[in-house]
Write a protein of this length. Structure first.
Length: 214
């Protein structure tokens, strides 16, 4: 227990860092995922191609490699930001590809007749998507999007290797101070468990309120 109590501020700082990474990266992933899902079902071929390339490249690129590309590559092109923002960018873009596919699968569950009826009433593609398709698709994609964001929270551990303050990175300091590595990782695992269970609880509430009854 003294591993935690003696280093409460260190654990707290790492925990808050992971929460911050998770929240900001999730927001970016949701926004980009929505945009790319819209592109992938758009009637414009160039938008569909862009969305397909985005998803294909990011889903098949190791996250660690993407971190190297963003945190070490972008500064070479004159883009200099705090490492935390770089980490949010890497995590958010990577996860957006999975959010996009979850949203697209939900859009595909909506019967084509719904869109055709909306267009027959004079609605544009954007209006059809926003007012007819997405509200119905949203109900079916709550569980997969929740699972994707839980994975994002765990993936944030990679950021610690790039000088970003987060929970897993605390083990380096504690190891140097001579604390038990076993208890160090137990408390780290508990911190991640708290974060992932919180996300799971939020999406369970959303599913009960808006999800499709089965």
């Amino acid at each position: 227990m003294n591993t935690l109590t003696d280093n409460w501020s260190l654990y707290g700082k790492g925990f808050l860092g992971t929460v911050e990474l998770t929240v900001y990266s999730s927001l970016l992933a949701l926004v980009l995922g929505f945009v790319m899902a819209s592109f992938r079902v758009a009637p414009v071929g160039s938008l569909r191609a862009f969305g397909t390339v985005w998803v294909t490249v990011l889903r098949n690129t190791p996250l660690t490699l993407l971190f190297f590309a963003v945190l070490l590559g972008l500064p070479r092109f004159g883009l200099v930001l705090p490492f935390t923002l770089f980490a949010v960018l890497a995590l958010g873009c990577y996860t957006s590809a999975f959010v996009c596919e979850a949203l697209r699968s939900g859009i595909n569950t909506v019967h084509k007749g719904q869109g055709e009826a909306a267009r027959s009433l004079g609605m544009t593609f954007s209006q059809t998507l926003a007012n007819v398709v997405l509200p119905q698709a949203f109900r079916t994609v709550i569980p997969p999007v929740g699972s994707t964001l839980i994975a994002l929270a765990k993936n944030s551990a990679i950021a610690g290797a790039f000088s970003v303050t987060e929970l897993l990175g605390t083990y380096k300091t504690l190891n140097e101070l001579g604390y038990s590595i076993i208890w160090t990782f137990i408390w780290i695992a508990l911190g991640y468990l708290i974060i992932t269970l919180t996300i799971s609880a939020i999406f369970n509430i959303m599913e009960k309120r808006w999800g499709v009854a089965r």
